[in-house]
Design a protein around this ligand. Structure first.
Ligand code: DGL
Length: 271
């Protein structure tokens, strides 16, 4: 006799790389019963220096395929660069609840005492109208200093798979903040890329006076509301699974890493 099926809410987390794992962690902390699938598009990493049209087509193709082959309750686009460019298209074409992750400009503007807010994100994310509207709508009383470098996500990516962090590289990237006079410096900086929480300790070391804000916990709360309404899937066993695209050079390191995050497998995703 076959085992009875179990009911679960299955959520797909999507990112260009490992950054979305920071969102996955925050979501899991508030939603421990959710079954997580994690898809990262290593083939096209980093997204931060790619054009809008390319990203929209690519992300849409991947998520449409994922929503067809996996039975899903909801999708979390755990990437600011992807969300700020592709959310409208995705919501139009994929009939599942989709939670986007965008820079936490609103809470940062509220928290800032000196009304100078830093926004650290990828160049792509910083250039988007979506991001500029966030600033216009929620931080109009603040001076917002934008700093963007596609390499910071790569530094975070390398740290997670090798354990080695390029501190000198980070120091160079955040120079536009650290070289400011005290009275011109932000007291609050938005980590506008889901990779950056993985280098937050280094950023704190370089800027000890600054409060860093990310979207993780807010997304955890949003997912809680969304999954309540979302459909159940039936499965033999609840298992978190991770998927990659293209060729993964450091497969063993990555497999170990995703297992440390609570995934049982790392599998190839064919587009
Ligand atoms: N994790 C992504 C974000 O939140 C970007 C990393 C990349 O450049 O691919 O923006």
């Amino acid at each position: 006799m076959s085992e009875p099926k179990v009911k679960a809410k299955r959520v797909l987390f999507f990112d260009s790389g490992v950054g979305g794992l920071s969102v996955y962690k925050a979501v899991k902390a508030l939603n421990p019963d959710v079954e997580a699938y994690y898809l990262f598009d290593n083939e096209c990493f980093p997204y931060g220096n790619k054009g809008d049209h390319f990203l929209i087509k690519r992300i849409e193709a991947l998520l449409e395929k994922a929503s067809k082959i996996f039975e899903l309750s909801a999708i979390v686009v755990a990437c600011n660069t992807a969300s700020t460019v592709a959310l409208p298209e995705l919501r139009l074409n994929i009939k599942l609840p989709i939670v986007g992750v965008v820079p936490a400009v609103k809470p940062a503007a509220k928290l800032s005492k000196n009304k100078i807010v830093g926004l650290l994100a990828t160049p792509g994310c910083l250039s988007r109208e979506y991001t500029n509207n966030l600033i216009k709508n929620f931080a109009s009383d603040c001076k917002v200093i934008k700093v963007g470098d596609a390499h910071l996500a790569e530094i975070a990516e390398d740290r997670l798979s090798t354990g080695v962090v390029d501190k000198a590289g980070i120091e160079k990237i955040v120079k536009p903040f650290t070289s400011l006079q005290k009275e011109e410096s932000p007291d609050t900086i938005v980590l506008g890329c889901t990779h950056y929480p993985f280098v937050k300790d280094v950023l704190e070391e370089l800027m000890p006076e600054v409060r860093f804000v990310d979207s993780g916990e807010a997304i955890g709360r949003r997912v809680k509301t969304v999954v309540k309404e979302a459909k159940y899937i039936e499965t033999d066993k609840i298992q978190n699974r991770a998927f990659y695209t293209g060729v993964l050079k450091n497969y063993e390191d990555r497999e170990k890493m995703v297992k440390d995050f609570g995934f049982v497998s790392l599998e190839k995703f064919e587009l």
